[in-house]
Design a protein around this ligand. Structure first.
Ligand SMILES: [Cu+2]
Length: 284
């Protein structure tokens, strides 16, 4: 099995405001926007660029990666009253290979994009104080958050209801401990709706195996990170909590893929891929 510690992913009805005094534009102002709003972040070695404050709602988080190193964007919501400084102190005391503490509230984000292209995830983002993190630990097993990839993000309340989730092509349910596709992904699949139906946080990181490479090659590489990786990232959503939903945009050319969850388990701290969340799949 793989020995990798850490890489770490509603529709509101139209509110009618009836009454004879309502101006024609009044209920239009209460309508949900037609489409999610895009919010862009750029990862580099080893920092994030992006907004410090955004408005809550149905958002498409777009992660650009200007580096060759893999990066992702994990949103973690700070508990009420916890400062960013206290959060960072708490993170510093977290031990690899141990269960995450209860105050570490995973809230989705975007898993590593393909080389040279951005990755997109659409999800409902609620108001609150957040930390933006990169927990990827290539190439030296040191999570990028330790190298500076952490920044605060304030999500303010919105006066309008969130846009509905756009249609998806298939659904992927995260359970303890497996990935369950509603239909096999194909090269025509563009949007995968990821639902966490489990009792703890999970993610999906999707990788395409390079031609001729196997899961054994992946396992051997992940143990040391020595030499070129036998796979390339194609996106996904980092840790989402039970009940959370996120739409992942993909561009799947025919080939061999693998879905992985690297999260440490809530009970024994082992990465979930060691509990079985490593699913090879073929795209035709
Ligand atoms: Cu990173």
């Amino acid at each position: 099995m793989l020995k990798k510690s850490c890489l770490g992913l509603v529709l509101i009805g139209l509110v009618a405001c009836g009454g004879e005094d309502a101006a024609p534009g009044a209920d239009a102002a209460m309508r949900a926007p037609a489409a999610p709003r895009e919010v862009h972040f750029t990862a580099s070695d080893f920092a994030f660029e992006g907004p410090e404050t955004i408005e809550a709602g149905m958002l498409t988080l777009v992660l650009h990666n200007s580096a060759e190193t893999w990066h992702h964007l994990q949103l973690v919501r700070l508990p009420d009253g916890m400062s960013m400084q206290e959060f960072e102190q708490g993170m510093a005391s977290m031990q690899p290979g141990t269960p995450p503490p209860p105050w570490f509230m995973d809230a989705g984000g975007v898993n590593p994009p393909p080389p040279g292209e951005p990755a997109r995830v659409t999800m409902l983002v609620e108001p609150g104080e957040y930390a933006v993190l990169c927990l990827v630990d290539t190439p030296d097993k040191i999570p990028h958050v330790m190298k500076g990839m952490i920044r605060p993000l304030t999500v303010t309340a919105s006066s309008e209801p969130p846009a509905p989730l756009p249609p998806s092509d298939l659904t992927l349910t995260l359970v303890d401990y497996a990935f369950s596709f509603s239909a096999p992904p194909t090269s025509a699949t563009r949007v995968i709706r990821v639902e966490n139906g489990a009792t703890q946080a999970h993610e999906i990181a999707i990788f395409r195996l390079l031609p001729g490479k196997t899961m054994d090659d992946l396992g051997a590489w992940a143990a040391t990170y020595e030499g070129p990786a036998p796979m390339t990232p194609v996106g996904g959503v980092p840790a989402i909590r039970p009940g959370q939903v996120a739409d992942v945009y993909v561009d799947l050319e025919p080939g061999a893929y693998v879905a992985l969850c690297f999260l440490p388990d809530a009970t024994d701290g082992l990465p979930h891929l060691d509990h079985g969340m490593a699913l090879p799949f073929q795209v035709s």
